[in-house]
Write a protein that binds this ligand. Structure first.
Ligand code: TRH
Length: 399
């Protein structure tokens, strides 16, 4: 189904005459999650579904960290088959006012009024979706795909809710993800090359526990670093350079702990890693025994990595994030033996400001946590993946 034009100007070259055209609008609130989710989804809808994607995003600099081939100076460019436009003003409806078959506004970003007006003028109104933030709470299933009629125009927007349980939109997972993970896990040479390239050092000794540390500033990190220093077994921390680097610098007595830095104290060895292009982020999770992740997208990737993980949830006003943390725990920890379940909850809570993390207590449940990480990933996939669920809904509306 080709895109219809609000003006006579052509849209970007169509992939094929009947390819579905989809416009995805994204505003970057902070950090990397907003564009991280949108870029991942755009790539998947383009590569796996053949949709003709246009991504309109207001912050090319943040985007460029995830996608270094992006030229941050261009108003419009094509990257990996996707048209990327710099959405530089709220009212700016794209370099070309062409309304797609499917319009996705990510995280309730407001569409440009001229674009909405053109949607209403379209011979056949587009399928309009608001892609919400991920939440594991129960109410999400009740609200998923609920329609909301526009106040002025004959248009209806549906709310698409990602989630971890049945009746929700699920979470993003590419078709090739498990194969890529297995290939990495099974190839000693690929892993060795990864360690050399990423840390400049050889892969650690088998007795070491490898921990990736991607988190916001966190008062709990100092105590945890001390516990790792004094741990019975070697601990290797892989910390992407960023908001936790200051704490590592303090702990090791350095003035900074930027990409490439490494240091040792007691049984703890830490490497600061350069920020990698998004497709390379998964390998960090696969190279680790335990992953500390944050936000939304890395939280999802940690689940598909099939390894234990600790979530630093994005903090919200009035502690609105805490019920979300517990809702995720309710899904993920449900099938754990009671002692492991309690230790996991204690550790996640402590990492999110309630209590002090106790590494020995938590990691004494390592085997149960590892087993659950595998069954959980299988369970999560029973609800399908977000792109498949979204495409199925959109197509049902286009008929
Ligand atoms: O960066 P985040 O904290 O992002 C967000 C935003 O703050 C957003 O406003 C908020 O609502 C949301 O969290 C919940 O965390 P997230 O979602 O995990 O995004 C990080 C992205 O960065 C993810 O796509 C992986 C990517 N990444 C790389 O591409 N390379 C890297 O080296 C690293 C460490 C991460």
């Amino acid at each position: 189904m080709p895109a219809e034009h609000g003006t006579s100007e052509p849209r970007a070259a169509p992939a094929s005459a009947d390819a579905i055209a989809c416009d995805l609008f994204c505003t970057v609130i902070d950090n990397f999650g907003d564009i991280g989710v949108c870029w991942r989804l755009a790539r998947q809808l383009s590569s796996e579904y053949g949709w003709q994607m246009r991504l309109l995003v207001d912050d090319l600099h943040t985007f460029g960290r995830l996608c270094p081939t992006l030229d941050v100076t261009l108003a419009r460019q094509r990257v990996e088959g996707i048209v990327v436009e710099h959405w530089h003003e709220r009212t700016h409806a794209g370099e070309v006012l062409a309304v797609a078959d499917i319009v996705i506004e990510a995280f309730a970003c407001e569409l440009p009024p001229p674009y909405v007006a053109a949607m209403a003028r379209r011979h056949r109104p587009p399928v309009w979706l608001n892609l919400e933030y991920l939440s594991a709470e129960d109410w999400v299933a009740e609200c998923h795909l609920k329609p909301s009629p526009h106040a002025r125009y004959p248009l209806t927007k549906a709310f698409f809710f990602p989630g971890l349980g049945p009746g929700t939109g699920g979470v993003i997972k590419e078709r090739m993800l498990d194969d890529a993970r297995r290939a990495f896990e099974m190839s000693a040479s690929a892993r060795e090359a990864w360690w050399r390239q990423t840390t400049g050092a050889a892969a650690p000794e088998p007795a070491a526990t490898v921990v990736s540390l991607f988190s916001y500033e966190n008062p709990a990190v100092d105590g945890l670093l001390e516990q790792w220093r004094d741990a019975a077994e070697p601990i290797v921390v892989l910390a992407p350079e960023g908001r936790v680097s200051g704490a590592l610098a303090r702990f090791f007595g350095h003035s900074a702990f930027g990409a490439g830095a490494h240091a040792e104290r007691g049984n703890l060895r830490a490497h600061s890693l350069a920020f990698r292009p998004q497709p390379e982020f998964d390998a960090l999770l696969w190279a680790s025994h335990l992953n500390f992740v944050r936000g939304e997208d890395s939280f999802v990737r940690a689940q598909w990595a099939r390894r234990p993980f600790v979530w630093h949830i994005y903090p919200q006003a009035d502690a609105a994030h805490l019920p979300k943390l517990d809702a995720a725990l309710a899904h993920y920890a449900r099938a754990l033996p009671p002692a492991a379940r309690a230790a996991l909850a204690r550790f996640w809570h402590a990492w999110n400001g309630a209590g002090t993390p106790d590494w020995a207590d938590f990691w004494s449940h390592r085997h149960a946590l590892e087993a659950r990480a595998v069954t959980w990933a299988d369970e999560l996939f029973t609800i399908g993946d977000l792109a498949a669920n979204l495409a199925q809904f959109a197509k049902s509306q286009l008929k």
